[in-house]
Design a protein around this ligand. Structure first.
Ligand SMILES: [Cu+2]
Length: 158
């Protein structure tokens, strides 16, 4: 390899390393030390919540589209009715796609963040979430391949 090409390769490797570092984690901490999330915040169990049941299967969610009002709390009742493990990760599309790249390298990453869960077949879980931000968010399964096959749903917050 000539010197010029070698230097070019080094630059590319550095750029890739920096890109990997800039991938946002599922949540970050703000200046007060509180976790902050892209799709709102964990719900308050003392406050009212609307329950929405979501079935997870190969390879989709039902329903795959929901609408909520800004500030509304939703109790997601998640049921894996499929034959494989599936996830429900609530975030922005951008964050989920970045997370999916990480999961290609670490497909068995465990999730027990407040905004997501991984469920074995026939298991159920609940996620209480407050949609404090307006916008369009998504829930998806980031087990390699699943999102591309259709495991993505959308939440519109008005
Ligand atoms: Cu899945």
């Amino acid at each position: 390899m000539n010197h010029q090409l070698e230097n070019k390769m080094k630059t590319i490797n550095l750029a890739l390393a920096l890109a990997a570092l800039s991938i946002a984690p599922a949540f970050a901490h703000d200046q007060h030390g509180h976790a902050s999330f892209s799709a709102g915040e964990p719900g308050d169990p003392r406050k009212p919540a609307r329950t929405i049941e979501i079935l997870m299967n190969e390879m989709d969610y039902a329903p795959a589209r929901i609408e909520v009002k800004r500030g509304e709390q939703i109790r997601f009742l998640l049921r894996n009715v499929g034959k494989e493990e599936h996830e429900f990760l609530l975030a922005t599309t951008r964050e989920n796609l970045a997370h999916a790249e990480v999961m290609k390298k670490h497909p068995h990453m465990e999730h027990d963040d407040p905004n997501g869960v991984r469920l074995a077949p026939s298991k159920t879980a609940e996620i209480l979430w407050k949609f404090s931000k307006a916008g369009t968010f998504e829930f998806s399964c980031l087990i390699p391949g699943h999102r591309d096959y259709g495991m993505v749903g959308h939440v519109t917050v008005n």
